[in-house]
Design a protein around this ligand. Structure first.
Ligand code: GDR
Length: 331
């Protein structure tokens, strides 16, 4: 039975990846930080097959201990301060966890290593935010980075140190440069889920308006369930390499809003949406669109869910969720 250790297992991608690995017959270990972390209980309820291991990307010795106790074949580093807006408010924490955390895990892997004939394979969750103020469109593995947030800067460090450890020590380390990926499990702080949840609540008369920052940024939005497949495929490839994972289509926040309201049967969306300075960023990433040609050619990966279906899936999920919550509240 192959063994995988996943950091960031309580997040959206951690959940999809845990399911995928479980289906593939892996023993799945999830690194969870803190004492009495409430997310651990939820994780164990929903994913009872995941074995929780204590540890923190800010603490090297805890990572060494986690690797020693779980002896994984594969490590997926999805843990991070992943909300770009938060990284402007807590830049030092972001650099420490999202940036240095990668170095700590790589060092831990170098120390523990895995069996001689079976070295630990490492996946780093890199991000399209590294392209920031884009130098080329579409963006691929060769596109230079120009991050626009402390989060993006920290991810560039994580990416570069992953490449460096592969070059220097021959580690089987891959960096997946994933463009935005969404789904019903997305956290409510991210714009897609914030929109679909608000649309559901407006539809049900539970909320009157939706306050957003800029509607102009354009993103290459895919389905998270598809993207975790790409992570796994990278670690099964015969050579460790870096891959862009994207749909190749881009849409503005405004288009997402329009489509989400329409999916709930509301055409006059503009009367519900208010622009709010609080959700604007000190520096914005205006346009992202990825070229995943290399992943398609070498890994045989392709996205399965198109943008309209993604939006509709998220809206109908949130309508059902909010209806259920209302029913429980009235009981
Ligand atoms: P992003 O995702 O920053 O692209 O990073 P997010 O959904 O937070 O923002 C997307 C775009 O929407 C604009 N926006 C708003 N964003 C939020 N969250 N809330 C708002 O009210 C709002 N109004 C407008 C943003 O300014 C931005 O342009 C995500 C994260 O998951 C990263 O961790 C990951 O690396 C990248 O995607 C790929």
């Amino acid at each position: 039975m192959p063994r995988a250790l996943v950091t960031g297992i309580t997040g959206q991608d951690g959940q999809y990846l845990a399911e995928l690995l479980h289906q593939k017959g892996y023993e799945v270990f999830g690194l969870v930080k803190g004492q009495n972390n409430p997310r651990t209980v939820l994780l164990q309820e929903e994913f009872p097959f995941v074995e929780v291991v204590g540890g923190d990307l800010a603490d090297l010795s805890s990572l060494v201990a986690a690797l020693e106790s779980t002896q994984p074949d594969e490590v997926y580093n999805l843990g991070a301060i992943s909300f770009v807006a938060l990284s402007f408010r807590q830049p030092e924490l972001t650099a420490n966890v999202t940036g240095l955390g990668v170095l700590r895990m790589l060092e831990a892997i170098r120390m523990v290593g895995g069996a001689d004939n079976n070295p630990i394979r490492f996946y780093q969750a890199s991000s399209s935010e590294m392209f920031g103020k884009v130098r080329m469109t579409p963006q691929n593995e060769e596109t230079p980075f120009y991050p626009r947030s402390p989060y993006g800067v920290a991810k560039v460090f994580g990416h570069d140190i992953t490449v460096n450890y592969r070059d220097s020590y021959g580690l089987f380390a891959c960096s997946g440069i994933l463009f935005n990926h969404e789904g019903p499990r997305r956290g409510l702080e991210f714009v897609t889920r914030k929109i679909t949840n608000a649309v559901a609540r407006i539809k049900l008369g539970l909320q009157q308006e939706l306050a957003l920052g800029s509607l102009e940024p354009q993103r290459d939005w895919g389905f998270a369930g598809d993207y975790v497949q790409a992570m796994w495929l990278m670690l099964q490839h015969d050579e460790p390499q870096d891959f862009v994972v994207a749909t190749g289509q881009t849409h503005s926040v405004r288009e997402f809003v329009e489509l989400a309201f329409r999916a709930a049967g509301i055409d006059d969306w503009a009367r519900y949406v208010r622009q709010d300075e609080r959700f604007m960023r000190p520096a914005e990433v205006d346009l992202l669109v990825g070229d995943a040609g290399k992943a398609r050619r070498l890994l045989g990966w392709a996205p399965t869910m198109a943008f309209p279906e993604l939006v509709e899936t998220m809206v109908s999920h949130d309508i059902e969720l909010e209806q259920r919550k209302e029913r429980n509240r009235r009981r």
